[in-house]
Design a protein around this ligand. Structure first.
Ligand SMILES: Nc1ncnc2c1ncn2[C@@H]1O[C@H](COP(=O)(O)OP(=O)(O)OP(=O)(O)O)[C@@H](O)[C@H]1O
Length: 284
């Protein structure tokens, strides 16, 4: 289905590759407020990582620091061995709460195409332009196929459901074949079925293309089977590990600074008891 695959970066399994992203003792302060500090983190190619935590904990800020959109007050972040910087074409980014109103008539395919054309300038020669246009159309179709949006890509995007729009926005971020995909709450406002479908698509992208995925979410449950690790951000602290390592009564009680209980439902879902009260208390 995807001609993306042969072009995906090859990583030898015999050597431990250098991390794509390295965060060292990093801190961010906004105004007088330290959002988080002492963050240490190495992310490898092909890892799927969920960033969790209560409202206002600093999840989006962490993503933006990696994207070079928010300066650090301490420490460093390197991406592909270079200091994090904005506008890195090797990172595909879908910001928080993007959606299209019903009166937006632009076709889904054109929205995906914007991912390629966004930063392009100049007037190429006609024969170059034709070849480029064919190559671009192919890239766009491959990204649409990859997210499973072929059936509705030519409809006006404003008419599509939240889940369909979300897939096309992910396709837009994928069209440049980025090595890192940064998604801020892509499951927001989706029903459970669409959450799981989008999670499965993202999982496949990270596996097949060896793309590292950083995904901010409020709810780990739709992603539990898909993610490799979680980054849990609470009260300025950050815990990193597999869901089984981090989402425990002990770790979350320590992070929240109060007893929090992690329960495992018979269907595999995780329920964190006491977290809601803590979040309300934190913001109250
Ligand atoms: N430019 C800014 N100046 C000052 N404070 C800011 C700025 N941007 C964000 N903040 C604050 O930083 C904190 C972290 O914000 P952030 O958006 O990273 O949280 P979040 O965990 O993604 O939240 P949510 O789940 O609600 O989206 C919040 O308290 C927010 O109010």
């Amino acid at each position: 289905m995807t001609n993306f695959l042969p072009q995906a970066p090859q990583v030898s399994s015999s050597v431990d590759p250098a991390p794509l992203i390295e965060v060292r003792e990093a801190a961010v302060s906004l105004g007088a407020h330290t959002i988080w500090r002492d963050v240490r983190l190495s992310i490898q190619a092909g890892e799927f990582i969920a960033i969790l935590g209560p409202n206002g904990a600093g999840k989006s800020t962490l993503l933006k620091a990696i994207l070079g959109l928010v300066p650090l007050s301490q420490g460093s972040i390197t991406v592909f061995g270079q200091p994090a910087r904005r506008g890195n074409a090797a990172i595909g980014y879908v910001p928080q709460r993007r959606h299209f109103d019903a009166d937006v008539h632009v076709r889904g395919r054109s929205v995906v195409r914007l991912g390629l054309d966004g930063g392009r300038w100049g007037l190429p020669l006609p024969f170059v332009a034709r070849a480029q246009a064919r190559a671009a159309a192919l890239r766009v179709q491959q990204a649409i196929d990859l997210v499973g949006a072929t059936a509705y890509a030519d409809r006006p995007i404003g008419e599509l459901s939240g889940g369909e729009q979300q897939r096309l926005l992910i396709a837009q971020a994928l069209v440049t074949q980025p090595r890192i995909l940064a998604l801020d709450e892509p499951l927001d406002n989706l029903d459970l079925r669409h959450q799981q479908a989008v999670a499965t698509v993202i999982r496949r992208i990270s596996r097949e293309m060896h793309t590292s995925v950083l995904l901010v979410t409020h709810d780990i449950n739709p992603l539990l089977a898909a993610v490799d690790r979680v980054i849990y951000v609470v009260h300025g602290q950050v815990a990193v590990g597999t869901p089984a390592e981090v989402i425990t009564t002990e770790t979350l009680s320590r992070l929240y600074g109060t007893p929090v209980e992690v329960l495992h439902a018979s269907d595999g879902r995780i329920v964190v008891v006491g977290q809601q009260e803590m979040e309300e208390g934190h913001h109250g």
